[in-house]
Design a protein around this ligand. Structure first.
Ligand SMILES: CC(C)(COP(=O)(O)OP(=O)(O)OC[C@H]1O[C@@H](n2cnc3c(N)ncnc32)[C@H](O)[C@@H]1OP(=O)(O)O)[C@@H](O)C(=O)NCCC(=O)NCCS
Length: 175
């Protein structure tokens, strides 16, 4: 299994919804994923899209983990986790699922993989921002044990407010 090779064995299933958890492999992105990652970005986000250069940088960066979810050979989701030197907080800077797969539990699978990755890299919490009008994102995070700790007005390109969330990792809560 690919997810076993990259260290996500046991994390790649939505524990709360085993019956509908999608069977995907999760692994770090490689340069050959760039076109599919750009297509996912365009399909999943209406604003604040990452540029190709930023995605390419993320793939090669020692402080960023870009995980991709694959169904057979098709890239169906991605999550980006950033770390800063000296900080125990990792940041989920992006998570996206192909629109054709939305609502199937894949977001939860990717989120769990992102949490496992942050933990494996020595971080003890994961933080993220989400648009206050992103119902699917907010529901995913709150159902997964994230706690809202800050509101940041005018955070996104179109002026939308961000809600900031945090989850302590490795405590067995949430998920
Ligand atoms: C946010 C996103 C990653 C969620 O992924 P997903 O695979 O659809 O989510 P899941 O199927 O794992 O569902 C997680 C929860 O969200 C809920 N959900 C999913 N789609 C939803 C929607 N459109 N509206 C409301 N709730 C929704 C599910 O019911 C589930 O809650 P439950 O456990 O109570 O049933 C996905 O919608 C996406 O890629 N959106 C575009 C990019 C984005 O907004 N990313 C987040 C901000 S960076």
């Amino acid at each position: 299994m690919e997810d076993r090779v990259s260290g996500y064995s046991g994390q790649g299933r939505a524990s709360g919804h085993p019956a509908r958890a999608p069977a995907v492999a999760i692994r770090p992105a490689i340069r050959e994923d760039l076109d599919a990652l750009m297509a996912l970005e365009a399909a999943a986000f209406a604003t604040d899209r990452a540029e190709r250069r930023a995605i390419r940088h993320a793939i090669g960066s020692p402080s960023i983990s870009l995980l991709v979810a694959l169904d057979e050979a098709v890239l169906v989701g991605a999550a980006t986790i950033e770390r800063r030197r000296g900080s125990r907080h990792a940041r989920l800077s992006s998570i996206a699922v192909a629109p054709s797969r939305a609502g199937t539990g894949l977001g939860r699978v990717l989120l769990q993989a992102a949490e496992a990755e942050a933990l494996a890299r020595g971080c003890d919490s994961l933080r993220l921002e989400v648009r206050e009008d992103n119902g699917a994102g907010i529901r995913l995070y709150e159902r997964s044990g994230y706690r809202r700790f800050e509101t940041v007005p005018d955070y996104y390109e179109d002026g939308t407010t961000a809600w900031r969330y945090e989850k302590a990792l490795g405590t067995g809560e949430g998920g």
